[in-house]
Design a protein around this ligand. Structure first.
Ligand SMILES: [Zn+2]
Length: 127
């Protein structure tokens, strides 16, 4: 007898995540740390956050639906000019910079940039 659990996880890994049809609507609750309703019922759990590519500055969030186990990708828009300025001001003040979108979330260094581990967006160059 083969284990169906293993077969299932292999199948899921092979499927590319679906793009969320209404990601703009989900970004507000995501920044607030609220539960995200899934398009296929249930809720979306965060599986991982990563910056997209070096040049874009946007973030990508991998989500899994609690009801259907479908995986979705949410693209988080890159930092605006005023968000970058906020972060630069925090650095200039000598404090540890926080994400302008996530309350109380510190930025972490990813290669040459300071990015938010919750949204994957780069907000400043690391020194
Ligand atoms: Zn963030």
């Amino acid at each position: 007898m083969t284990s169906s659990r293993i077969d299932q996880s292999v199948a899921v890994e092979d499927d590319p995540p679906l793009l969320l049809p209404d990601e703009d609507y989900l970004q507000g609750p995501y920044y607030e740390g609220a539960r995200l309703p899934s398009p296929s019922g249930g809720f979306l759990m965060v599986l991982g956050v990563r910056p997209i590519d070096e040049g874009s500055g946007s973030g990508s969030i991998l989500l899994e639906c609690t009801a259907s186990s479908l995986r979705y990708q949410m693209i988080v828009p890159k930092a605006t000019r005023s968000e970058r300025k906020k972060v630069r001001d925090m650095i200039d003040d000598g404090s540890d910079p926080k994400c302008p979108r996530h309350r109380g979330q510190f930025l972490t260094r990813i290669r040459h940039d300071l990015a938010c581990p919750m949204c994957g967006v780069r907000y400043a160059k690391a020194k």
